[in-house]
Design a binder for this molecule. Structure first.
Ligand code: SAM
Ligand code: SF4
Length: 474
């Protein structure tokens, strides 16, 4: 397998700006979109070879509807062949929305004086984690505004507190972070607290658009943000997530920017990003974003399929910013993680009553407000395998997405059995009565595909789950 485009291995230096906007536009403007070439690129990706920037440019420039459908079918095939049916579920937990920056698209921006500012204290944090555990969640991402209060030590303390919360059979087994970039020492501090992935989205890889939308605070420094995940790597935190906020600039440029960022991390550290996120801008209080680069549903579904083909071994994260129908469609193209039962109003998980979304205390609007139970029901009905697995991270198998992709049999040996086991815990402890039977049916259907020895081992563990044992994994 050929992974890292050689030219960047030679050229890229750690901690240096690697985005050359002319280079990206040259790739886009000179793309070869002939049918022959586009088909060859799709075939290359399905053969598990990573695409280079020229090839990704050809895909983003493809406008022929027949070829776009082939791109999507290619992504579906890669998903089917490599990743199987499993979808990992998580929830975001907004811990604090104090913010010194002024991102024009975000309800938390400093200039937004009407926004209600809240930072969960220890008690509130625990109450919210308990509420999430009561729903069945096992994986969280803690989200923060950018403020001097949210130091690495503060975040590390939060992480440790979250891991300690055990309610009934509930526990959080993996805590990821989405917060401001840190210095090397800071990244070390949060790593030591046991975080999973550290996410920093570049928002836009175009410097002009970046300057237009980030007018204040540390985040106004494009390079500081761009090199932040290099600092994470230097700190030994090699599990990082990148992302672009689609709608700030031309989506084609952003897709190439994400791939260029991937090339950089691979070239300098031999490890690509663990996950790629591709949020589309949604409405926010006092949002000030031009409509020039709004990404249509058609473009969005196409770009997700292209990202799948371009970086086939990285996890793709899809969030509740997208409405249910779009989520359903792009799941087919290889998104591996989705949030569910999402509430982004601070402290909202702990509040019983189902409330309407209020933009004065949220960062932006979400468009899929379904509960975790509803999302799981839909996944089961559409024959996906919902998973709460955290095994690789806890067993020290780092680079799990890479292994899923490149190690033959990895999915069958680890991911599917662990998905089955974590789903069985969910069904036993949290599923709605009417979903229990459907859950076990799905488990039984997935057991059939396992090789006999492994199947026997999984069945043995399923019996133990039924008897009350928890957290059994391979
Ligand atoms: N404050 C930190 C930062 O900016 O990186 C971390 C958290 S921020 C709350 C998480 C992400 O939400 C941002 O990186 C941005 O991509 C996204 N976001 C902000 N405003 C948004 C909006 N109006 N619609 C969709 N996503 C948005
Ligand atoms: Fe602050 Fe992050 Fe919102 Fe920007 S995106 S205003 S840094 S919370």
């Amino acid at each position: 397998m050929k992974f890292i485009p050689q030219e960047y291995k030679v050229k890229d230096e750690p901690m240096k700006n690697f985005i050359d906007k002319d280079e990206i536009w040259d790739f886009i403007n000179n793309a070869d979109t002939s049918t022959e070439n586009v088909r060859a690129i799709i075939a290359k990706s399905i053969a598990k070879e990573r695409l280079d920037l020229a090839e990704v440019a050809s895909l983003v420039q493809t406008t022929d509807p027949v070829l776009i459908e082939e791109i999507k079918e290619g992504a579906r095939e890669l998903k089917r062949k490599v990743y199987g049916k499993r979808i990992v579920l998580f929830a975001p937990l907004y811990v604090g929305n104090l913010c010194a920056n002024n991102c024009e698209y975000c309800g938390f921006k400093a200039s937004n004086t009407t926004a209600k500012r809240v930072t969960l204290d220890e008690k509130q944090l625990i109450e919210n984690v308990e509420a999430l555990e009561d729903n069945g969640h096992k994986r969280l991402i803690l989200v923060y505004g950018e403020h001097k209060k949210y130091t690495p030590e503060f975040i590390a303390e939060n992480v440790k507190s979250v891991y300690k919360v055990k309610k009934g059979n509930g526990e959080i087994r993996r805590v990821n972070i989405n917060a401001a970039p840190m210095d090397i020492e800071g990244f070390r501090t949060v790593k030591e607290a046991g975080i999973g992935t550290y996410q920093v989205f570049q928002e836009t890889y175009n410097t002009e658009a970046y300057t237009k939308y980030h007018t204040k605070g540390q985040k106004s420094n494009f390079e500081n943000r761009l090199t932040s995940l290099d600092r994470a790597q230097e700190a030994g935190l090699d599990d990082v997530g990148i992302g672009a906020l689609f709608g700030l600039y031309d989506w084609r440029f952003e897709v190439l920017g994400l791939v260029r960022h991937t090339n950089h991390l691979e070239a300098c550290y031999n490890v690509g990003p663990h996950t790629i996120s591709f949020p589309r801008i949604t409405d926010a209080l006092d949002s000030n974003v031009s409509e020039e680069f709004i990404v249509s549903d058609e473009e969005f579904t196409k770009l997700v399929a292209i990202l799948r083909l371009a970086v086939p071994y990285t996890g793709l994260i899809l969030t509740a910013r997208e409405p249910q129908e779009i989520r359903k469609e792009v799941l087919q193209y290889g998104c591996s993680q989705v949030d569910a039962g999402t509430k982004i109003e601070m402290g909202a998980y702990a509040e019983d009553a189902k409330k309407e979304q209020k933009l004065d205390s949220e960062q932006f609007q979400i468009n899929d407000e379904r509960s975790l139970a509803d999302v799981i029901d839909e996944l089961i009905e559409t024959d996906y395998l919902p998973s709460f697995c955290t095994a690789c991270y806890r067993a020290g198998r780092t680079g799990e997405h890479f292994m899923e992709f490149s190690v033959p049999g990895f999915i069958k040996k680890f991911c599917t059995p662990n998905a089955i086991l974590t789903l069985s815990e969910y069904v036993e402890d949290y599923a709605r009565p009417e979903s229990v039977e459907k859950g076990w049916d799905l488990i039984n259907r997935n057991l059939v595909d396992l090789e006999p020895k492994l199947k026997a081992k999984v069945e043995e563990r399923l019996e133990k789950v039924k008897e009350g044992e928890r957290d059994l994994y391979f």
